[in-house]
Design a binder for this molecule. Sequence first.
Ligand code: SAH
Length: 321
Amino acid sequence: MLTSVLPFTPEMAATVTQYCTEHSTDVSPEMKEVWDWTCGEFEDADKMSSPLQGTTMKFLASWAGAKRVLEFGAYSGYSALAWYEATKQTQAEIITLELDPKMIAATRTTIAKYNLGDRLTVIEGPAQQSVEKLTGMFDIIFVDANKDGYLGYVKAVLDQKLLSPKGLIMCDNVFARGMTISTESNPQLPDKVRPYWTECGKALQKFNTYVKNDPRIDVVLLPVYDGVNISFKLAAAERPPGGAGRKPVGGHAEGADARRHVAAAVVAGFGASAEMQPAREPPRCRVGVYARAPRRVDQLGAPGTPPPSPPGMRPAMTGCA
Ligand code: SAH
């Protein structure tokens, strides 16, 4: 049976990553420059996203037509640059949260060098404190800072209603180099970093379970890079059917379908109810829309070969922290 992850050796994984990178849209020369500079400048540059991830992020943000992006963990500004480039058309506001003064300086260097200051802001300090002061909604929320903070970050995002109705939360490194799944799962992990990632794995086990069970979001954990989970807000999530901890039966398509119904109903001035089934339609999801007005709307229009790594760093283009 084909599983979600091919049984790669590290060499095969590097070859496949290279193949994927070569057959995906290239990152911009500016992103390549920042990537190369970061690799040369910082010993722990494996924290930075890979070029293939950069392309993925740009792809997502431009597909979503993001108008506002929130990032936890700037590092040298590589991923923030990806968000910036991907949102030229929408002129999105991008906010990145960073704690480390050295990385704040690096990000500011990137901002100055590429004139990103018109739309990209760094908020300095512990991300938990920073996020608690934010208001408004974001279409893309990228969680990539300290792994033991993820739970608090996503909880704050949901509690403060910072995720837009069509928005996505993307959390990076939820495998913690494999340690989230099992401390046996990555024999290649160097001893030097094993204790760190083991601790991250423990925190991320709790986090992955939390997002799976939070009734406000639907989530898919993708076995790509170092594990990426993507969540979106469920319609009528404030009143989950059956009470807290329960999600509607079914997966993303049903959640998305329900979201369209509810959004359409709101636009059309109809009432939406978590308890009621869709009028005159076979129930596809426990979240339904009840038409109090004479007509209902069923659909709402759609929204809109990097350099080799320096010694001691991860192979070029592979996972990141
Ligand atoms: N998003 C970047 C990589 C981020 S690496 C990219 O893809 O290129 C993680 C970053 O989170 C580091 O720069 C680290 O300093 C920062 N960080 C760690 N703990 C933090 C905290 N509590 N608050 C804010 N930033 C934090």
